[in-house]
Design a binder for this molecule. Structure first.
Ligand SMILES: *Cc1c(COP(=O)(O)O)cnc(C)c1O
Length: 450
């Protein structure tokens, strides 16, 4: 399968190049040329199938042309060693718990899948777009507003031939998040940038475009712009839909609600829908960063500097995957912006919540049901509470374990959230990071010395 760029100026890439390069030469995002419909028989069997087998079917549709099926099956099974269960919170609202992986957040799925896929290509000695004779190490650059960094760092930890640089905004990630990527050592370097998340993202994007740097070292991205990171997130949506159907609900009543920042997670759900996954509609739940919400209301996309909120992994002022959503529903630019907007708003609605509303939602939900929401999941839950119509069944992603935001959650709910053992282990480590300004020249000079 070939991948084209959303900007339409770069040449098409095969999977390997799309994964290693991350971003196309014209700074566009890679899109699969075809989105295969899964067969009717698969959807009929789905409610009876295991998570890994559902995922393997989905993975084959995307990656089956480019990865040996045996290897792909291993890869999928290795990625999904933890469950992504749906848990009933109340009435017709279910939490899709995506926090049972190594760093207790949903990005573990895509990060691990990408690490294994890159390793597969390296082992085959076929990183063809890049000169592996002069560059022995693949360097992964990742900008994080909190959870991406830990997921990528842990997914790639100890993978031979790969070095990871995690760029994060100083003082803007929680202490628990920070220790998950600053204490690992080995092939993981944490870089503490004096700026906000968008500055980190800009540094990473500039590095990929810099000819001299690319000459010096082989660079690749692991943000949700990477097809190997965002597509595997479709796995758990199919599984959630299968479980809801298995409980006797009708697929045409299912509403999926995704707390969104860079829109990689919801994008995977939308790709799933294009493959035939039966869902009635989607909701993108936002915190005070309301750029997508405003697009839905007005048809205008106006990126803004990100605002710091309680749900900090969603503090994004210019969501990368917006370009993918537009490209998908405009059929690669065939439809006008008005037609595209109409298609999008007929399938996806949006909400935006202030920190006060997030806190109130967490308190209300805890009081009413005993379920502990994290600030991100709270946006998703509240969007369902406000918008579900009679007969609909809502599934929101609980994108992180509440203990990842322990200080906030304890404070808001007046409780003492238990810290899972995996998390406690990170907190015992020694923090190590490289201080950096937000100037590209400084970041470049640092990388040139590596
Ligand atoms: C990354 C993240 C999000 C936002 O996901 P996107 O794919 O960037 O939209 C939401 N919640 C948590 C906990 C996250 O880590």
């Amino acid at each position: 399968m070939l991948y084209y760029s959303t900007n339409g100026k770069a040449s098409k890439a095969d999977l390997q190049k799309a994964v290693v390069k991350g971003l196309a030469e014209d700074r566009g995002l890679y899109m699969p040329e075809m989105i295969h419909q899964l067969p009717k028989a698969f959807f009929e069997d789905m409610p009876k199938m295991k998570f890994q087998d559902i995922a393997f079917n989905v993975a084959s549709a995307f990656f089956g042309d480019d990865v040996d099926l045996d290897a792909l099956q291993d890869l999928v099974y290795d990625t999904l060693q933890f469950p992504c269960p749906i848990v009933k919170v109340k009435d017709n609202i279910y939490s899709l718990e995506l926090f049972h992986g190594p760093t207790l957040a949903f990005k573990d799925v895509g990060a691990r899948f990408m690490a294994r896929l890159l390793q597969y290509f390296l082992r085959k000695g076929s990183v063809g777009c890049c000169d592996t004779a002069t560059h022995k190490t693949v360097n992964v650059l990742v900008a994080t507003s909190g959870d991406t960094g830990s997921a990528v760092a842990n997914g790639f930890l100890g993978v031979e031939g790969i070095h990871v640089y995690v760029l994060y905004p100083k003082g803007k990630v929680s202490p628990i998040q920070e220790c998950q990527f600053t204490t690992l050592g080995k092939n993981i370097t944490a870089i503490e940038v004096d700026g906000v998340f968008d500055d980190c993202q800009a540094l990473v994007k500039s590095a990929f475009m810099d000819a001299e740097l690319n000459e010096h070292m082989m660079l690749t991205s692991a943000n949700s712009i990477n097809v190997a990171r965002f597509l595997p997130q479709a796995f758990y949506y199919f599984n959630a839909v299968a479980q809801i159907i298995a409980q006797g609900q009708k697929p045409e009543d299912i509403v999926i609600c995704v707390p969104s920042g860079n829109f990689g997670n919801i994008c995977a759900a939308l790709f799933g829908h294009q493959m035939g996954m039966p869902v009635k509609r989607f909701i993108a739940a936002n915190n005070a960063n309301d750029i997508f919400y405003n697009y839905l209301q007005t048809g205008q996309y106006n990126p803004k500097p990100s605002k710091q909120t309680l749900a900090n992994a969603m503090d994004v002022g210019d969501p990368s995957n917006f370009a993918r959503i537009i490209n998908l529903y405009s059929e690669n630019g065939k439809l006008t912006p008005e037609e595209t907007h109409k298609r999008i708003t007929s399938l996806i609605s949006g909400t935006t919540y202030s920190d006060e509303q997030i806190k109130e939602t967490m308190r209300q939900c805890y009081k009413e049901t005993g379920y502990i929401l994290d600030p991100h999941g709270a946006c998703g839950y509240q969007a369902l509470v406000e918008s579900l119509k009679p007969g609909e069944v809502g599934v929101f992603c609980e994108t992180a374990h509440p203990a990842k935001f322990k200080e906030k959650v304890d404070d808001i709910l007046g409780i003492d959230v238990a810290i899972p053992e995996r998390l406690a282990a990170f907190m015992k480590g020694q923090k190590q990071s490289v201080p950096m300004t937000k100037e590209f020249a400084d970041f470049k000079a640092y990388l040139l010395k590596q």
